[in-house]
Write a protein that binds this ligand. Structure first.
Ligand SMILES: [Mn+2]
Length: 316
């Protein structure tokens, strides 16, 4: 039996299913999780299924219409479930409840569905494929089960695929990803709603914040790296910051890779690394500092604060 068939069989044989995405969920975590949720709700109405996260559902994704969502994952009693499916998490800690999940190991069956290179397979059953998005994997899973995709499921999946390929511009934009996008369009995925709600949804304040960050962009000639700094005082919503690092800063032609340093309220500096170059692997750099991610998109965090100096910023 293939891994896909095993996942489908586990779902069929479970009554209470919990689907978890990574903290600060992005459209792929919610899209992949949401598609699973809709599939189970429609195919098995008598089962209980919940999509849960340690953070809130981003407003940009309300248009997906997901109702069975809880942002109280940290307080949920995991022993009430007989199957836990973790989507789009490169490492267990990305769930935000790694300790709780370690406690139930061997007691409750876990499935890990993900597309991050760094994923070492932390669950009882692991489907890790280095493809455009977790949504692409869920799409293949549902096709294996001959699931008739409808508008809700297709829109969820295309949301994840579109977002993780940076709207079909990054290296995840393979012929397979485009073929799946085309199939999802045939099953009524609402690409116009996806673009309107997740891309063309910026406010004047957002553009001004981006302007501030871009104005202070540093460039290091020796390493050909561009560094953007987002101090705590910017009060930038992490969601607004995602677009900046995933799209706009990558338009920079001269940089081998970009670094975004974001200071957060918890005394940490979050360092995001992005590259569009074929010969640069930012995951390796992130791993050196205890982080991880993809070859082209990775990150790590460390304790510290940003201090403004006459010539720019320094880390305290
Ligand atoms: Mn993803």
């Amino acid at each position: 039996m293939s891994l896909y068939e095993q996942v489908l069989e586990k779902i069929q044989n479970s009554q209470n299913i919990l689907v978890i995405g990574h903290e600060n969920p992005d459209p792929d975590a919610i899209g992949a999780g949401g598609a699973l949720l809709y599939y189970v709700e429609e195919k098995f109405p008598s089962k209980n299924i919940l999509l849960a996260n340690v953070n809130a559902l981003p407003q940009d994704l309300f248009f997906l219409g997901i109702q069975k969502f809880s942002s109280a994952l940290a307080n949920i009693d995991l022993t009430k479930f007989d199957l836990i499916i973790i989507v789009d998490c490169g490492e267990l800690r990305r769930t935000g409840i790694a300790d709780k999940l370690s406690d139930i190991k061997g007691k409750i069956f876990t499935i890990n569905i993900d597309h991050h290179d760094s994923n070492k397979g932390f669950a009882d059953l692991n489907i890790v494929e280095i493809v455009s998005s977790s949504s692409e994997i869920i799409c293949r899973l549902l096709k294996t089960g001959n699931v008739q995709l409808n508008k809700k499921i297709s829109t969820c999946l295309l949301t994840g695929l579109t977002y993780d390929t940076a709207y079909f511009t990054n290296s995840g934009t393979t012929k397979e990803a485009l073929a799946i996008a085309s199939e999802l369009m045939k099953t009524a995925a609402d690409i116009r709603a996806i673009v309107r709600h997740t891309l063309k949804n910026k406010t004047r304040d957002t553009l001004r914040l981006w302007g501030e960050v871009l104005t202070q962009l540093h460039y290091n000639n020796k390493y050909q790296v561009a560094v953007a700094v987002i101090p705590k005082s910017t009060h930038i919503d992490p969601e607004l910051f995602n677009d900046l690092k995933n799209y706009y800063l990558q338009y920079l032609q001269e940089a081998k890779f970009i670094i975004i340093l974001r200071e957060s309220d918890d005394g940490l500096i979050h360092c995001s690394l992005r590259t569009t170059r074929d010969n640069v692997n930012v995951a390796k750099l992130a791993e050196k500092f205890g982080g991880g991610g993809h070859v082209k998109s990775a990150g790590f965090s460390f304790p510290g604060a940003l201090e403004k100096t006459a010539s720019g910023w320094r880390i305290k």
